[in-house]
Design a protein around this ligand. Structure first.
Ligand SMILES: Cc1cc2nc3c(=O)[nH]c(=O)nc-3n(C[C@H](O)[C@H](O)[C@H](O)COP(=O)(O)OP(=O)(O)OC[C@H]3O[C@@H](n4cnc5c(N)ncnc54)[C@H](O)[C@@H]3O)c2cc1C
Length: 310
């Protein structure tokens, strides 16, 4: 039984880990150079360190708590004390820590963007730029619009997958020459253009340099979506300096990032989708909600369904 999973984000790795633990052979393909998808970390040549996607992990279910505790014991995860009613965790030494924990022992092929997915008499064929993969079962954990594009307009699952919607998010990574000690570890101002700001250096095992990640609101992001990345960084750095009343000469580094499919605004409301043949699954956070735990739950539920049927 050949199983190929598209995506090495939380959902794909969660699915692969559960299948592999049950003795199944799984190959995970990801188009990126790193692991973790939107749970992303950037380290710059200058030594700055930013989590520029998801900022923290929270756990609602006992199962996910248990997983995070295991990851913490092995040094991949730690609590980020925020003084909230329930604990928030981060990957260590970057948010990709959780992905690095999940990936242990798995066969993951990076820089393999699946460009076409075709069902033949002998199963599925997945084409990447210079290699093809064959599978009896395919699981796509790419964001819903990307999964829908792979399946094509005529596929029976495409319309349902299209019901899930996302907010976009533009992100600023900005490091300063000196700290801004008055800024809390996270600052949430949902009505402001910079709706969420996090201080990376306050997370465990990060370099001490003052490094902020600022996520723009969905409205501001949508309005400025097509700016090139340098311009995104400049406009958002202006907003950042205005917000804290500082001058631009305090900036040591700035960069922008565009998340076209950032946080799920309307999830599907079920764990995953599967075609009539039971050989094509799709899932991810877009099934259950805009959270790392939702992606993990969806991936695990797909694995359980596959294990039940084979
Ligand atoms: C700005 C931002 C802030 C967030 N903040 C938080 C937070 O604080 N807490 C929280 O819990 N959640 C947060 N989230 C949401 C969280 O990051 C996601 O819910 C979760 O990471 C989704 O995991 P996933 O595996 O479903 O998808 P993804 O992480 O998107 O993984 C999908 C993977 O598929 C790969 N892929 C796509 N197409 C192809 C292809 N054709 N071929 C091969 N590979 C492909 C991608 O490279 C990617 O690695 C945030 C997200 C963003 C963007």
């Amino acid at each position: 039984m050949r199983i190929v999973i598209i995506g090495a984000g939380v959902a794909g790795l969660s699915c692969a880990r559960a299948l592999s633990a049950a003795g199944r052979q799984v190959t995970v393909l990801d188009k990126g150079r790193g692991l973790g998808g939107r749970m992303a970390t950037r380290r710059t040549a200058e030594g700055f360190h930013f989590d520029h996607g998801a900022q923290y992990i929270s756990a609602r279910s006992d199962d996910f708590h248990t997983l995070l505790s295991e990851g913490a014991k092995k040094g991949f995860i730690a609590e980020w004390p925020l003084g909230k009613d329930h604990p928030r965790y981060v990957g260590t030494p970057g948010m990709t820590g959780l992905a690095k924990f999940l990936v242990e022992g798995l066969d993951v092929r990076r820089q393999q963007a699946v460009t076409t997915l075709e069902q033949t008499d002998r199963g599925w064929v997945l084409d990447c730029a210079d290699q093809s993969f064959e599978a009896d079962i395919v699981v796509s954990t790419a964001p819903a619009p990307q999964t829908a594009a792979l399946l094509g307009q005529g596929h029976p699952l495409t319309a349902e997958i299209g019901l899930a919607t996302y907010d976009p998010c533009l992100t600023l990574m900005i490091a300063l020459h000196a700290p801004l000690p008055e800024v809390p570890r996270i600052l949430e101002e949902p009505d402001a253009p910079l709706a969420f700001i996090a201080r990376n250096e306050t997370k465990p095992q990060r370099p001490p340099t003052p490094a902020f990640t600022a996520h723009a609101s969905p409205d501001w992001s949508l309005e400025h979506m097509e700016l090139e990345k340098g311009e995104i960084a400049n406009r958002m750095a202006d907003l950042f300096c205005d917000r804290f009343g500082i001058s631009h000469d305090r900036i040591a580094y700035r960069a922008g990032h565009r998340w076209r499919y950032a946080q799920v605004s309307k999830p599907l409301g079920r764990d995953f989708v599967v075609d009539n043949s039971g050989t094509l699954y799709a899932g991810g956070d877009w099934c259950l909600g805009p959270r790392i735990e939702a992606a993990w739950t969806s991936g695990k539920a797909i694995a359980e369904d596959i294990l039940e049927q084979v």
